[in-house]
Design a protein around this ligand. Structure first.
Ligand SMILES: Cc1ncc(COP(=O)(O)O)c(C=O)c1O
Length: 381
């Protein structure tokens, strides 16, 4: 690492439900307590007196607020510190100030690199030699790459219908790839079985504590890149919800650090109409069985952390909405032709959601809205 002399100010892990504390130096998972993801605590009082590692243009500029104790365990491919650009033409057309955080430039082409970098680093620190992950695609590619770098065995379990590029990259990084007829929930069942049989470590979304910590860096970056003034609205394409919950955690940590003050953004969940469990839960409408979607990353029929996501929506005065397959296709075309950016279907969903919320008046004229392009269009072939 370029300049990093960080020691983490991590203190404990904590159950968000019963608040029981757990040792950070031991291998922990959701099974430890209340069937909840464990949250990582830091000495935020002490962190106030430290400067950021501003010469480090990756997530590790926030190393003091990440859980890796020894910098030699950090497994990095240069993830994070991704650009935020203004969508000037679309801003004018929609009468709002539209910003896009482009996560497609991360190693392995998606924002999954952030969470996986931290989780694999911590796995290395804890002496874990085999990681197992159920994935809609992008997290599997990221795990394969970071495990290759760390010298850890990776087993990736993916739906058989996942695009070929997403499968092939896992094989190229040397991971064991298992294809399953079904969706990510079915992959999750097999992952749990393999974890029990092999003693491998379960890297499922929010079932280990540290992918959340990696994803929270999106919240830190948004604040820092926008001069510590957060946007009015953040629209997040949501599957398992790690990024949404992670950013919300980051905002609260920054409030305690005194790095930000004022109102926090209204957080918006967008999902595909083909698989929208969070939208149905938020709107209190009956869930419908999932059907295929081009937004593979959003195909999570029963997210483990749905209660935590609902809390984010409630606390932020946010909302949840879905978009159709055709709208995502149209959005890709619309953004590409006027902004010169190719979005993944998930990224396109955030733009369509924004248009719908502007039309409804939920987003007011001249508000600042941050969209996410969470993955690379080029991987969906
Ligand atoms: C491109 C893309 N966008 C969004 C998501 C959903 O992310 P999260 O699990 O944080 O909700 C995924 C997850 O696979 C993804 O690959």
């Amino acid at each position: 690492m370029k300049t990093l002399n960080a020691t983490s100010l991590v203190t404990t892990l904590q159950c968000p439900h019963c608040h029981q504390l757990y040792n950070i130096e031991e291998r922990q998972s959701y099974a430890t307590c209340c069937n909840q993801p464990l949250f990582t605590n830091y000495d935020l009082e002490l962190s106030k007196s430290y400067l950021l590692h501003v010469a480090e243009d990756s997530i590790w500029r926030y190393a003091k607020l990440l859980p890796v104790l020894d910098k030699h365990n950090i497994v990095s491919l240069g993830e994070g510190w991704t650009p935020i650009s203004e969508l000037s033409t679309l801003s004018q057309q929609n009468n709002v100030y539209l910003l896009l955080k482009d996560e497609s430039v991360n190693p392995t082409g998606s924002f999954k690199a952030r969470g996986i970098s931290v989780a694999v680093s911590k796995a290395k620190e804890l002496g874990i030699t085999h990681c197992i992950i159920p994935t809609a695609g992008n997290a599997g590619g990221a795990l394969s790459a970071y495990c290759a770098k760390a010298g850890i065995k990776a087993t990736v379990i993916m739906p058989r219908h996942t695009p070929a590029t997403l499968q092939e990259e896992c094989r190229l990084y040397g991971a064991e790839l298992i294809l399953v007829d079904g969706l990510i929930d079915d992959c999750g069942k097999l992952a749990r079985q393999l974890v029990a049989e092999t003693g491998g470590f379960d890297m499922s979304t929010l079932k280990e504590p540290y992918r959340l910590e990696g994803k929270k860096t999106m919240g830190y970056e948004i604040a820092e890149q926008l001069n510590w003034k957060l946007p009015d609205v953040i629209i997040y394409p949501t599957g398992g919800g790690t990024g949404l919950i992670g950013m919300w955690k980051a905002f609260h940590e920054m409030q305690q650090l005194g790095w930000i003050n004022g109102k926090l953004p209204r957080m918006v969940i967008v999902q595909s109409e083909s698989c929208a469990p969070m939208v149905h839960l938020f709107q209190n409408t009956p869930n419908i069985p999932p059907s295929p979607t081009i937004a593979y990353g959003l195909a999570v029929p029963s997210p483990f952390a749905k209660d935590l996501m609902m809390e984010v929506l409630e606390q932020s005065n946010g909302t949840a909405l879905s978009v159709s397959e055709q709208e995502m296709e149209d959005g890709i075309h619309e953004v590409a032709t006027v902004e010169g950016l190719l979005l993944s279907p998930e990224g396109s969903a955030t733009y369509i959601a924004c248009k719908k919320l502007v039309e409804k008046g939920w987003i007011a004229e001249d508000e600042t809205v941050l969209l996410f392009n969470t993955g690379s269009w080029y991987k969906y072939r």
